[in-house]
Design a protein around this ligand. Structure first.
Ligand code: GUN
Length: 293
């Protein structure tokens, strides 16, 4: 069997086009332009790349960017003061503080200071709690993207066995909650899990969010499974040129799975598209307009 390749780039482009039309409707019918504030502290190269692509997507969707680049020496107090200003700014619908933050800043404190209605990352304890209680919430972008991709293949996920490898607050735990909300039977695996290959072999949906290049092998995969690879790992390729690989050994997995996301071009583009979706939804909620997306 050769797996279908799940085209995250195309699915993300469709979602972004829908967001752009919702933004156009908000502007013309309600005089509202959603705005996304992105806060970057320091000069982590990967974070700088993400922040640039987020701002580009904001502009393409017809929304207003508002980027704050702060030096790596910025104090926690200064970041908290900026978050307070953004909370109070009516032009800002969404606030994203890029992680990781430098060691002098407590990320949990900063996340908790963001207005939950503007928390487009879905990391605030209020949104985490609302998601796990089955209440409407802003939900984390990468996990939301994973679920959209899985549903693009399987339609309903109800009753399917889903295994999530990784228990981070950014991906593993929220993607498990979202899969549960779709009525999948969900297991979260992690570094202490016994017989990880055996567990994975039972999964109809396998989400790999470990951060280790090509960790999941082909013989861990149930024939016909849907494999969602969240990993973005830089490795030395031929001639010393860096290349990006996922957490799944793609060529091996492709021979067994029913469908698989490529890296790059799978989950990555969905994260930004879901961030745009959250920003326009946040703008609607803040302005008391019913979202049509
Ligand atoms: N760093 C890596 N992924 C993310 C994300 O989804 N949101 C934020 N704020 N920082 C990140």
């Amino acid at each position: 069997m050769t797996a279908a390749i799940i085209d995250g780039k195309a699915i993300a482009a469709m979602l972004r086009a829908k967001v752009a039309s919702e933004v156009a409707r908000l502007k013309s019918d309600h005089g509202v332009t959603p705005g996304l504030a992105v806060v970057l502290v320091g000069t982590d190269p990967a974070s700088e790349v993400y922040v640039r692509s987020k701002s580009k997507a904001v502009i393409e969707a017809g929304m207003a960017p508002c980027d704050h680049k702060l030096p790596a020496t910025t104090s926690e107090q200064e970041v908290l003061a900026l978050v307070a200003r953004l909370n109070a700014d009516p032009a800002v619908s969404g606030i994203l503080v890029q992680l990781p933050l430098p060691p002098q800043i407590d990320a949990q404190k900063v996340i908790a200071a963001i207005d939950p209605l503007k928390d487009v990352d879905g990391f605030h304890p209020i949104n985490v709690g609302r998601l796990s209680s089955g209440l409407p919430a802003l939900t984390p972008c990468t996990p939301a993207g994973c679920v959209i991709l899985a549903k693009s293949v399987r339609g309903s996920l109800a009753g399917l066995d889903a295994v999530v490898i990784g228990r981070s607050n950014i991906v593993g735990k929220p993607v498990a909650q979202l899969l549960l909300a779709e009525n999948a039977t969900v297991t979260i695996a992690h570094s202490k899990t016994r017989d990880l290959p055996g567990l994975c072999r039972r999964a109809d949906i396998l989400v790999a969010a470990i951060g280790k290049s090509e960790f999941v092998r082909g013989d861990w995969i149930k024939p016909g499974a849907t494999v969602i690879d969240v990993g973005i790992n830089r490795v030395a390729g031929e001639g010393g040129k860096a290349r990006i690989v996922g957490d799944v050994a793609f060529d091996e997995a492709k021979a067994v799975a029913g469908a698989i996301t490529p890296v790059p071009g799978g989950v990555g583009p969905m994260t930004i598209a879901c961030l745009m979706l959250n920003t326009v939804r946040a703008a609607c909620a803040l302005k008391g307009v019913k979202a049509e997306i």
